[in-house]
Design a protein around this ligand. Structure first.
Ligand code: SF4
Length: 336
């Protein structure tokens, strides 16, 4: 435990909302419930959420993370991560005789459904997102012949479509809102008849965390974002903080990664965390800062969040069956 001190003038502005979104919370609980329900190992295809600490903690409990479906031995359970998978991955699992639990965030599934619908109507779909990101691979896989990836405004010049009167843009859920709008503007200039998705693809959690970090950037000389290097929404928060005028912003997985030199001349530190980050990691950073004179913590609240998602349906079904068996068992026992 660090010694908490407050040196005059030094303070921390703590963003709210920050950390876990509803999709991450659900995915992490799904792995824990599956482990309780079926015992270890539970195989998870790809990191369940992009956070080092979460992955390591679940590994200790018996989750086994794999990159390819073929790595899961026949007859086992495989869970799909919050980022979603292409239909071909469901086929691979069926071929490998695997039981599947799909922890894809419902807000990612929504984008998949939009892609399927527009592809059916024979639109060219311009998917704004980061090449190679798991979510983009999954969404593209829903309609590979109709989807073209647009990785930022600089990609627009080379985008081609079959029919300029039938073009729609969709996006990854965890992008920078401002940069995405820049890309959309550039696309609209090129394709004036481009239509927009029926509702926001960038999710509520990504949007709220970006609004909050912008607010921090108004006053903080240093913004610390807790999150992993492969977490799209966490990386975006660092970029958004810098764009909003923060003189410095850094991404750290753990308090131990903070460099004391960053604090030189800093009176106000802004602190927040990505959507895949448990709050215990933010608390550690608060302690670390407290031990260095930044014990005065002020919460800066820019939104209320109350959204939650129910567990994946495969787990709910099995949990219901288990509860029914338990009740039947108990009834049987008491009748004796
Ligand atoms: S960041 Fe958004 S899309 Fe991704 S899991 Fe969280 S709520 Fe779902």
């Amino acid at each position: 435990m660090g010694r908490m001190t407050a040196s005059p003038g030094r303070r921390v502005l703590l963003a709210a909302p920050r950390g876990y979104c509803a999709g991450v919370d659900r995915a992490v609980i799904a792995v824990e419930k599956a482990l309780e329900q079926y015992g270890a190992p539970v195989y998870v295809r790809h990191e369940i959420v992009h956070n080092k600490y979460v992955v390591q903690t679940l590994e200790r409990k018996g989750a086994v993370f794999v990159e390819r479906t073929e790595e899961v031995p026949e007859g086992n359970i495989v869970m799909f991560s919050a980022h979603g998978v292409a239909p071909v991955v469901h086929e691979e699992a069926a071929r490998g005789r695997l039981a599947t639990i799909d922890a894809t965030c419902p807000l990612v599934t929504k984008v998949h459904k939009e892609a399927v619908r527009f592809a059916k109507e024979d639109y060219d779909i311009l998917l704004i997102g980061h090449e190679g990101h798991e979510e983009v691979i999954g969404t593209s896989g829903e309609a590979p012949d109709h989807i073209t990836l647009v990785d930022g405004p600089e990609d627009v010049a080379q985008v081609e479509v079959r029919d300029e009167s039938k073009v729609v843009w969709l996006s990854q859920t965890t992008l920078s809102v401002d940069e995405t709008m820049e890309t959309v503007e550039a696309l609209k200039e090129k394709f004036p008849q481009l239509i927009s998705p029926p509702s926001d693809d960038i999710c509520y959690a990504t949007q709220n965390r970006q609004i909050a970090v912008k607010k921090l950037a108004e006053d903080a000389q240093l913004v610390i974002v807790v999150g992993s290097k492969n977490s799209s929404n966490s990386i975006r928060m660092v970029e958004v903080a810098l764009d909003a005028g923060a003189p410095a912003a850094h991404l750290v997985d753990f308090a131990s990664e903070i460099d004391e030199a960053w604090l030189e001349g800093v009176t106000t530190v802004g602190l927040t965390s990505g959507a895949s980050v448990p709050d215990v990691l933010v608390e550690e950073v608060l302690e670390w800062l407290g031990a260095r004179g930044y014990g005065d913590v002020e919460t800066v609240k820019t939104a209320e969040e109350s959204i939650t998602f129910s567990l994946p349906k495969e787990l709910r079904r099995d949990l219901r069956e288990e509860a029914a068996a338990l009740i039947a068992d108990r009834t049987g026992t008491s009748a004796e």
